[in-house]
Design a protein around this ligand. Structure first.
Ligand code: ATP
Ligand code: LTN
Length: 334
């Protein structure tokens, strides 16, 4: 609890380009959560180096993602938005928790299995202990709730196990977090392969709409989107491509699937795809304008980054000190 509010923590890795899926499924919903929760949102850049990064491109990407958090409307005064690497308590707690986590449980993580298959030439120890760092992220802030996608639920489960194990030995140190199930945001699928989710690490850029794509690119990607063979705009399991476009149009305009089917009754896929593209351009336009403004305002951004890192450090260090004391490390002499 902070100021009688429950605590919410989430993070996004600082890799790839944020997509329309990240926006509609996460960022957009994060904006108003600060009314109910004390919210911490981190750019999870320590997690990113489990995969090799080019330093200059990575530095730029970190800033881009943090700026997009702000451009999406997350208020940096009401929320704490910060770089994970600037709060050293993450790495310190992760080390301690490593000593309370078993090889066996980490070996069962499906993300580890997937990523080690994908990066067979670089199966580093960080990739293996990734979930422990994620547990440290969450537990440092004594988070009550964590909004995550389905693919991260297993990591949340291991976080709960680690927290409970630690609490059993040392008493009530950590809040045991729950997944946050908000009003169901749309799960956006790839425009090229509607059986798979739109993802920032997809190698085919035509499958994803990036938040910083210009309007022409957005329209072009929608025109090229894979559709189905029924020839009509109808929501159906047999039409995953069209159903995905209906979901996107619905999320951008607030119209229901039934209304959308009516609106495009008798019209072809071409008209519909163009309308969806235009709706997405309209939704992203203010975000892109704010992004452009913020990017020009270096001092303002730097100020926010500094203040928020200090705020995050304050809360994180409180937990870290408590843990260090419980474990039996000598206290810091001031
Ligand atoms: P990566 O490809 O790097 O694994 P990703 O694009 O799948 O990344 P994550 O970083 O795993 O995205 O997810 C960040 C947040 O965005 C999560 O809360 C997740 O639920 C949400 N999200 C990601 N992709 C989609 C999508 N296609 N539709 C809805 N929500 C999504
Ligand atoms: N692993 C997550 C990103 C992430 C995260 C977290 C999410 C890192 N630390 C803590 C929630 C809570 C991902 O790949 N989406």
């Amino acid at each position: 609890m902070v100021d009688n509010k429950k605590v919410l923590f989430s993070a996004m890795q600082a890799t790839g380009n944020l997509t329309l899926g990240n926006y509609l499924g996460a960022l957009k919903n994060w904006v108003n959560l600060c009314d109910e929760y004390e919210c911490f949102y981190s750019v999870a850049n320590l997690h990113s180096i489990t995969v090799r990064q080019d330093p200059a491109a990575f530095r730029k990407k970190n800033r881009e993602i943090l700026t997009l958090f702000l451009a999406a409307g997350i208020d940096p005064v009401k929320n704490c938005i910060y770089y994970q690497s600037q709060v050293s308590a993450h790495a310190e707690l992760a080390w301690i928790l490593n000593c309370y986590t078993y090889m066996g449980e980490l070996s069962r993580m499906t993300q580890f299995k997937d990523k080690s298959a994908k990066h067979a030439d670089n199966i580093n120890a960080g990739l293996f202990t990734y979930p422990v760092l994620m547990a440290a992220d969450i537990l440092l802030f004594q988070a009550d709730v964590v909004p995550v996608g389905k693919d991260q639920l297993q990591h949340l489960e291991i976080t709960r196990d680690i927290a409970q194990r630690f609490n059993q030995i040392y008493g009530d140190v950590f809040t045991v977090p729950e997944p946050y199930i908000g009003k169901s945001g749309a799960r956006i699928m790839s425009l090229q392969d509607p059986e798979h989710k739109m993802s920032k690490s997809d190698e085919n850029p035509n499958g994803s709409i990036y938040l910083i794509d210009d309007p022409d690119t957005i329209i072009r990607k929608f025109k090229r989107a894979v559709t189905d063979s029924e020839g009509c705009v109808r929501y159906s399991e047999n039409q995953p491509g069209i159903s995905n476009l209906i979901d996107i149009y619905s999320a951008c305009t607030g119209k229901s699937a039934a209304d959308i089917e009516k609106e495009f009754d008798g019209k072809g896929y071409g008209d519909f795809k163009l309308a969806v593209g235009e709706a997405v351009v309209d939704v992203l336009k203010p975000l892109q304008e704010r992004y452009a403004d913020l990017s020009k305002n270096k001092d303002y951004l730097d100020g926010i980054i500094k203040e928020n890192a200090e705020k995050a450090s304050y809360f994180a260090n409180k937990t870290l000190r408590k843990v260090q004391k419980k474990v039996g490390f000598p206290e810091i002499i001031r």
